[in-house]
Design a protein around this ligand. Sequence first.
Ligand code: 13P
Ligand code: SF4
Length: 357
Amino acid sequence: APSDPDLVARARAAKEKLGDRVFVLGHHYQRDEVIAFADVTGDSFKLAREAAARPEAEYIVFCGVHFMAESADILTHAAQQVVLPDLAAGCSMADMAAAEQVAECWDVLTDAGVAETTVPVSYMNSSADIKAFTGAHGGTICTSSNAKRALEWALEKGDKVLFLPDQHLGRNTAVRDLGMSLDDCVVYNPHKPGGGLTPEQLRAATMILWRGHCSVHGRFSLDSVGEVRARIPGVNVLVHPECKHEVVAAADQVGSTEHIIRTLEDAPPGSKWAIGTELNLVRRLANRFAAESEGGKEIVFLDRTVCFCSTMNRIDLPHLVWALESLADGTVVNRIEVDAETQKHAQLALERMLALP
Ligand code: 13P
Ligand code: SF4
């Protein structure tokens, strides 16, 4: 549906009034009506870097989810204020790893005698507490665009990785990019005593994968891939690495949202693509690349039964207008602020990521 013209005008006016004092970041999974007001769009990695590179902006309005706004607060200087237009925009994957559970897991690894040589690597999609744990235990953060380099870095430092919280990104990167076998990976289930693993299993594994997943990408299946290949002969299947291993293994290509966009930009005119990632992004790409001037590429959603990321969609134009108008009137709403102790260790982990070769 087209955006309410009154809200569009209000968002424009509030942004104009704020000028350079505000910087709006938009993740690729945001709605079109929100993306229209983003000063920059990107994947998690690009947005973290962009937030850190805007010291002049008093306010960073983060159109994305809670863990992204926390990361922006960690990477920006103390006087800058990060605003998340709807506090209900969380991430079910990030919620799958709680600080107490991770501390308990570390005790399990310690009891098995493997903690000393294990390096934690945490996906950006995790709370600031988990990032702080990671920093304090010598580990790094990664995103879907640098997970390979993060694992290589960690395996130079230690002989095992505790990968949090997305088991699929961890497994896909280990197997696809580092040539490990599925047997090198075990899954730690935080809801079972000892993670559901024996000390022998922990000692034998290279990758200890946290039992977390993305509720959106986890729904693409091997059937989705088979069905689209049958329906569209010659289609290229391109999926996000948060998809299950069997889906990634059956796809032609895999990559972060930024990688998906670049791949489509470079694709030959008239080529056909089925994309396994969030629907807002896929729809935008389908509209963009259908144009003759963009090569008339045919882009379809990998599985028509999968839908939007519901928490990304919490940020809509009314929430954005409310946040911008409040800031323009001098009231900071929905500020995301990470406490100093957590920030210190989490920043270390994020800076290790930003420094990866
Ligand atoms: P990227 O933007 O890093 O590919 O991450 C995808 C995602 O699920 C963000 O929540
Ligand atoms: Fe979290 Fe998945 Fe939504 Fe990304 S797409 S915010 S990982 S639930």
